[in-house]
Design a protein around this ligand. Structure first.
Ligand code: ATP
Ligand code: FE2
Length: 332
């Protein structure tokens, strides 16, 4: 089976062709704003400008491996969640390909794609997933036909929270890696608000308090304290999800997962609980076309395709809205 998938929920326009076992090709064009954060319409214009080129280049790379457009079985695209204008641009490109090749469309939930690529590229089988990216922060696990959200942010995603604090502190975008570097030079921990409500998380109060703490403390100490506090929060929710589900694996997903300190803390928690901890290769943690193509492939093979009428994008598409047709419980 050959599936072409297109990702374009935010910064990254990325398309890939995969089979059950192989990544045939992947081509990516990243939108980089001149300054500050992402402008949804500018990002969408970027995607519109490069979509044809990205697909052409992808098909050319596939051809070098002997794969023709007529070999493709389906076109997958990121249907949401994400920025409306970006999603619509990518969906338009996907519809055109689907119509011209006469093959079905597959609407992929972006968050689920982050999970499935992790399961594909690591030994994880049935993990508790900590998905922490720019816009999203969720603790997720499969249960009875759905990926259930056990806990999530009530305000902003952890990556955006880190970026926002960093911008206020005068650090360049994206702030996550800069904060990680500063934290390594810290001398002491400054108490900051640790906010968990039930199983849910909140980062905006932490960001505000951290910005205020900068008036009396060094940037290094605040960066360190911010990381220790925020990461302890997400690790606590992941640990409670492990205890609740009785599962024995943790999978880390999303761009914030690049952080070494977060990995260390998760690994310690997993060791203490006798669970295995898995992180995919870095190229599969941020947004990529391969994860959309691969999740599309799983969906296609379980008959989960869309008609043109059903192919509207959904900027607030939830992880637990998706009926997981491709997991057979008896195989787990
Ligand atoms: P999504 O649509 O899934 O929310 P996204 O496009 O917002 O994804 P990703 O590419 O998954 O984002 O992640 C980007 C985020 O990861 C940024 O907020 C960035 O600051 C953060 N990040 C990257 N590297 C690190 C790091 N080493 N430590 C902490 N945060 C990091
Ligand atoms: Fe993402």
């Amino acid at each position: 089976t050959f599936i072409l998938g297109i990702e374009g929920t935010a910064w990254n326009l990325s398309a890939a062709i995969v089979t059950e076992t192989e990544i045939i090709a992947e081509v990516t064009e990243t939108y980089k704003p001149e300054k500050g954060g992402i402008h949804p319409r500018e990002a969408a214009q970027h995607h519109a400008k490069y979509a044809a080129n990205v697909i052409k280049k992808l098909l050319a790379e596939a051809k070098e491996k002997g794969i023709e457009p007529s070999d493709l079985n389906g076109i997958a695209f990121s249907q949401g969640p994400g920025l409306g204008p970006c999603l619509r641009t990518v969906a338009t490109a996907a519809r055109m390909l689907s119509l011209s090749l006469g093959i079905p469309l597959i609407g992929v939930n972006h968050c689920i794609a982050h999970i499935e690529i992790g399961i594909w590229r690591t030994p994880a089988k049935d993990p508790v997933v900590l998905y922490v990216s720019g816009a999203n922060s969720q603790v997720i696990s499969y249960m009875e036909g759905r990926y259930r959200v056990f806990g999530e942010t009530l305000d902003i995603g952890l990556g955006n929270a880190l970026d926002k604090f960093a911008r206020g502190a005068g650090l360049p975008h994206p702030g996550g890696p800069k904060i990680e570097a500063c934290a390594k030079e810290a001398k002491k921990y400054i108490p900051l608000p640790y906010v968990i409500k039930g199983m849910d998380l909140s980062f905006s109060g932490l960001s505000t308090a951290a910005s205020e703490a900068l008036r009396k403390n060094s940037l290094e100490d605040v960066c360190y304290s911010y990381q220790e506090t925020a990461f302890a929060m997400v690790v606590e929710v992941a640990e409670r999800a492990l205890a609740h589900t009785g599962k024995k694996e943790v999978l880390l997903a999303g761009g914030v997962g690049a952080n070494t300190r977060l990995r260390e803390m998760l690994n310690e928690m997993c060791e203490a609980r006798g669970a295995k901890f898995y992180v995919p290769e870095k190229r599969f943690m941020g947004d990529n076309g391969t994860m959309i193509a691969y999740t599309g492939l799983l969906m296609y093979k379980s008959g989960n395709t869309l008609t043109l009428e059903e192919s509207r994008v959904n900027p607030s598409f939830r992880t637990d809205d998706v009926k997981v047709t491709w997991i057979k419980e008896e195989e787990m």
